[in-house]
Ligand binder design. Structure first.
Ligand code: AKG
Length: 264
């Protein structure tokens, strides 16, 4: 089994992830690539209709897609994007993909979520279990359903639904992350965060490239969810990222297609 090492991320990015629990890589993805990704998610939303997102979960006032690695080579490039892999290695050590999903906050919609940690997980004695790279396919603004985060909350070792009377309410320490299309927002996914209401007439679309520590179950068990054709085409580096040659963990082996948990 080959092992892969990715270049070290910038020191300032490491510090932001360690201390604040997130970092924004502004204008990182080329415009042409963002536009191809937008076309592809829109094509899939049209094709899948009411079933869109059902392999994992559907959410009111949003459109979601799941299991994207199986659906286009463009998405296989997304999960292999080296600047993200470097940051994942920094947060998680040895890691694998947990899932690749899309989420669009509908125009003029109550798409806001409660503050949460992805999967409802707290870190364990070895450290963080999960991290997420949010690919901004549209500008994230203060009004269109951007992401709110509570900086430093990845270190609280408490879930917001336990610590707060009302995790849907504004938090005194929250900030709204604004970023242009083509930016990546990378979070330690134990950070308290949530999508917000979209008060504009345009959708706010994003990809969630969600990774977990290698000893943790994938949210979407790639060995079961990817077609034989997709698996056959994967390079050895991609096979490693998707954990296609690992022995399944008990939760992956006996679970359903997806590990349940609160939001991704
Ligand atoms: O799409 C977003 O801005 C964040 C969504 C989120 O945190 C989730 O669905 O778990």
């Amino acid at each position: 089994m080959p092992s892969f090492n990715y270049p070290l991320p910038k020191f300032s990015h490491q510090v932001q992830l360690n201390e604040r629990g997130f970092v924004v890589l502004g204008n990182t993805v080329e415009k042409a690539c963002v536009s191809r990704l937008v076309d592809e998610v829109e094509r899939l939303w049209s094709l899948e209709g009411n079933a869109a997102g059902a392999e994992f979960k559907q959410e009111s006032n949003t459109r979601r897609l799941a299991n994207l690695v199986d659906k286009s080579s463009l998405f296989r490039d997304v999960v292999e994007f080296t600047p993200v892999l470097s940051l994942m290695q920094h947060v998680l050590g040895d890691f694998k993909l947990s899932s690749l999903n899309a989420r669009s906050a509908n125009p003029f919609a109550l798409s806001g979520q409660p503050l949460h940690c992805d999967g409802g997980y707290l870190p364990d004695r070895l450290g963080p279990l999960v991290a997420n790279a949010i690919w901004c396919l549209d500008d994230f603004t203060s009004r269109n359903g951007s992401l709110r985060v509570v900086p430093g909350s990845h270190l609280y070792r408490q879930l917001p639904e336990v610590a707060l009377d009302d995790p849907t309410a504004p938090h005194p320490d929250e900030i709204i992350v604004e970023a242009s299309a083509g930016s990546l927002i990378v979070i330690n996914a134990h950070l308290w965060h949530s999508g917000m209401d979209n008060q504009t007439e345009q959708p706010r679309r994003a990809l969630h490239a969600y990774y977990c520590r290698r000893d943790q179950p994938q949210q979407q068990f790639q060995q079961r969810m990817l077609s034989e054709q997709t698996q056959a085409k994967a390079t050895s580096r991609l096979r490693h990222i998707l954990a296609l040659d690992d022995s399944p963990l008990p939760a992956e082996n006996y679970g359903s297609n997806s590990v349940s948990g609160f939001l991704d």
